[in-house]
Structure formats: C-alpha cells, structure tokens
Design a protein around this ligand. Sequence first.
Ligand code: FE2
Length: 237
Amino acid sequence: MKIYITLLVDNHPAPGLKSPWGLSVFVKYGSIPFLWDTGPDPAALKYNANKLGIDLSKIEFVAISHEHFDHTGGLPYIFSLQKHPLIYYPHGGSKIVENRIAQWGGKIIEISRTTEIKKGIFITAPLYGPPVEEALAMVTNKGLILLVGCSHPGADKLAERAVKDTGKKLFAVIGGFHLLSSPRQKVERTILALIKMGAKKIAPVHCSGDYAREFLKKKYPSIYLPGRVGTNFTFEQ
Ligand SMILES: [Fe+2]
C-alpha cells in the first residue's frame, strides 16, 4: 500500500500555484482520499487542486487541526463539491467555525479523545495551545506519519500524545510547527524531541519558520524533507 501526501496549500511559493498564508494537505492513504485542513480561502484551494489534478469531490472526509482561518477558510470550496461533507473537528473550541459548518450542512464529528477513524488513521486527542488542536496519525510499518496543522500546543507535545495513545513509534512529521518567532533553542529542542521519538523524516512547512528548516537541513540532512506548495511525499506502508 502507498501513502501519497500533497501540500495543496502552503505559504512557501512554487511557480504556477497559489501560496497564501495557511496549510492544506491532500492525502491518499491506500484507497482512502482525504483532506487535512483547507488553507485560508476557497479560491486558493480550488485553484491549486485543479492545477495539481486533485479531485476533492472524491474525498471521504476533511479533518481540521484547529479553528484558525488559515486552516478552515477553504471549507466553502468543499461544500461546493459535496452537500454534506464529513468533517472531523477538535472538541473544546470556540464553536464559531463549527456552527458555520453545521449551518452549511456539514456532518461534524467532534474528537475529544484519540480515535481510530478508519483502519490505520487516528486523530489524536486535542491539546490546548490555545486554541485546542488535534493531529492526525497514519500507521505504516515504519511507524506513524504525523500530520500537524500549526502545532500551537507544540509539535513535540502532539507527537507525544500520538505515540502514547497509539502505542506506535514516530516515523515522519509533516506540517506547521509554530516556531516562526521562537528562540533558536526552542526550535532545536522541539526538533530534537521529535527525532528522539523516532522521527526519520521531518517536513517543517507553513508556520515552522526558516530556522527550523535551516537547522534540520544543516544538522540532519537525511531527516529533512523540504516542502512547499505542490510538494508530493510518497511513503510505502
Ligand atoms: Fe496556521
């Protein structure tokens, strides 16, 4: 089985694609296509999906990391393709976005503890940043591939939760690490914690900051996965 992961929206630009501030990741886990976050606006999501030949009308669900606009703003595009999309959402937030999703006709499933939503796909118990934020963990025979949104509670804390609750070691981490304006020490500490948990591949994108990328590239080149909008990562199960 193969796992295909595409950065559908990311603020690191690439020619021919929109790169507003935000994150959206398209995943095909074996035969299951889904979306992790939606970026900040429906137009960018639609434009990039069309350019990359990704048909979001076929996705089985959307999982939202946290309520901020740069992860939820693209949702109207999903509603233009599906009448009642299934949306996993962290429990304990402000309800503003959640109420809107309900009004639009979305089928919301709130996550309050780590849950295996499909065989091999877990959404982790939300941790408080603020805001509350969940991560998504996919099982492979090398360990977990962890998708994070902005990591407001800490990428290391989200990974710890996933490792503890699934009983699997970490293999890869992809997403925003919220280290844009953090001191270098904190950036290094967070990345080293992920490596200590077993991470063999790390793709710091979105709000991870340049130093997280530089540090990994320089000190751990075999672990660093460079990513920008349009980047594809393929993993074997
Ligand atoms: Fe974000």
